[in-house]
Design a protein around this ligand. Structure first.
Ligand code: UDX
Length: 473
């Protein structure tokens, strides 16, 4: 059932007796921290929980442990307003909350493609036995279909039946870099529920979002559905987005062979409203804490359900994506005049500067970052690699230790034989190649995100290579 809120809401009272349900967010990573802070901003009383004491003390002190534009300011504002607190105590969480949102990570398991649900399990089994009144445990984390049913069983096992604790699933769709906007002004909300009480509670827990929409003359579509559909909405959306990116990157491969330009191809097909121009940027491919591991976990779950063939194409989507990373190494060898044999190129003695470490701009997240994956490959081929990123340096250093990190763009490019732009930060897009001319050892650039103005770089005397574009010297 799809409802465009605000409409007539089901009314249920918060079990704590508070005028609005009190919300807890379990796990204060990219997802939970953003939600906790934004829902306090929407006027809710909020408690954020994490097992990581360092993270909690940072947040309590007004310091956001991640880089997400606009979040610092909202954190400090809502801490001072007294609506927002953070804790490492399960007892406090159980005592405080009417709705407990599960926001913990579900990373890829080290032994395969499936999702690791140990954090979800631990959140539920720690919280449930401490509950003293009715509450709603609502999942937001991305999980394999069937998880909500399993959580319901865990809750039944760990809470007395007379409390009537319920479970719901309400996946989130925030994109890093614009996460605050995505949480405050979502394009849709999904309620996976089994009872009217759960629907009413979720409605009350999101009323702030609907009220904000009302003041801005917008409506927020809400799909009220079953657990399995709600869980699948999230992975299906991410699988579709990953497929769209890999589709255009496959076209880039064809363009490279045929001497065509994928950026013009993408623009041309994107004018068809059925296709649309979003998520059609060819380049070094997708990364991050979501798309890569979600398409793998989805395939693993489909196998378990006996429908592995239905998602076999996602394996191809993954392979196309991985090939784009290798393409940067291949282009580097080509530009530097090095042979490319079966064991890869020999880049020994070359100095390559990689601009970008995060998986996308306006984030400090380097999880499964294409840029860092290329850094590793280049270093493995013998290149001396120098990396610069405006926000991701600390995380990058923890991930890849044995390369050089520079504090500024100018330092990073000085003496380089080749520059690879692998994350489309504004600082790189706007860099004036003329001002870099005297710093580099040779004017060669690979535009791994097709984000530079090719004509300006070529006019400044640079040998330029884009992704899926004809070579320009
Ligand atoms: C994604 C989903 O977009 C979001 O809805 C979900 O909640 C979490 O996963 P996020 O991981 O923040 O969000 O990044 P997204 O903006 O989707 O980008 C993913 C990757 O795809 C990035 O590495 C980005 O550079 C790449 N990308 C994106 C492309 O290569 N081409 C494009 O056209 C778009």
């Amino acid at each position: 059932m799809t409802i465009a809120y605000p409409s007539t809401p089901p009314v249920v009272a918060a079990p704590s007796g508070a005028p609005r349900p009190r919300l807890t967010f379990l796990g204060t990573g990219y997802l939970g921290a953003t939600y906790a802070i934004c829902f306090a901003e929407l006027g809710y009383e909020v408690l954020g929980f994490d097992v990581d004491e360092a993270k909690i003390s940072k947040l309590s002190g007004g310091d956001v442990p991640i880089h997400e534009p606009g979040l610092d300011e909202l954190l400090r504002k809502n801490l001072s307003a007294g609506r927002l607190r953070f804790t490492t105590s399960w007892e406090e969480v159980a005592e405080f909350g009417d709705v407990h949102f599960i926001c913990v990570g579900t990373p890829q398991r080290p032994d395969g493609m499936a999702a690791d649900l140990s954090h979800v399990e631990s959140a539920v089994t720690n919280l449930a036995p401490l509950l003293k009144r009715k509450a709603l445990i609502a999942g937001k984390s991305t999980v394999p279909v069937g998880t909500a049913e399993w959580i319901e069983q865990l809750v039944r096992r760990h809470t007395p039946a007379e409390l009537g604790v319920e479970v719901a699933w309400s996946p989130e769709f925030l994109q890093e870099g614009v996460a605050v906007e995505d949480v405050l002004r979502p394009n849709r909300i999904i309620f996976g529920v089994k009872s009217d009480w759960a629907t009413g509670m979720l409605y009350a827990a999101h009323k702030g979002v609907f009220d904000l929409a009302l003041t801005e003359d917008r409506e927020v579509p809400v799909v009220v559905t079953d657990f399995a559909t709600a869980e699948l909405v999230k992975v299906a959306a991410n699988a579709f987005l990953a497929t769209k990116i890999s589709f255009i990157n496959a076209m880039a491969e064809v363009c490279e062979a045929a001497g065509a330009d994928v950026t013009q191809l993408a623009r041309s097909i994107g004018y068809d409203a059925r296709i649309g121009n979003k998520f059609l940027r060819a380049g070094v491919g997708f990364g991050g804490g979501c798309l890569p591991k979600d398409i793998r976990a989805f395939q693993a779950r489909a196998q378990e359900l006996g429908v592995g063939e239905a998602l076999r194409f996602l394996h191809e989507v993954d392979l196309i994506n991985q090939r784009r990373r290798q393409k940067i190494v291949q282009l580097s060898a080509e530009l530097l005049g090095r042979g490319y044999g079966p064991a890869g190129p020999d880049l020994a003695g070359t100095r390559i500067t990689v601009l970008g470490a995060t998986f996308k701009p306006n984030s400090d997240d380097v999880r499964d970052s294409p840029a860092l994956s290329v850094v590793r490959k280049l270093a493995r081929s013998g290149a001396e690699v120098t990396v610069y990123d405006p926000e991701g340096m600390d995380n990058a250093r923890n991930d890849v230790a044995d390369v050089t990190y520079s504090k500024t763009l100018t330092d990073a490019v000085t003496g380089a034989d080749l520059i690879c732009v692998l994350t489309e930060w504004e600082e790189f897009r706007n860099a004036d190649p003329n001002s870099l001319n005297e710093l580099v050892a040779a004017r060669r650039v690979i535009d791994g995100r097709n984000c530079l103005d090719q004509s300006v770089w070529v006019a400044a005397g640079w040998e330029y290579r884009g992704m899926g574009k004809p070579a320009v010297a």
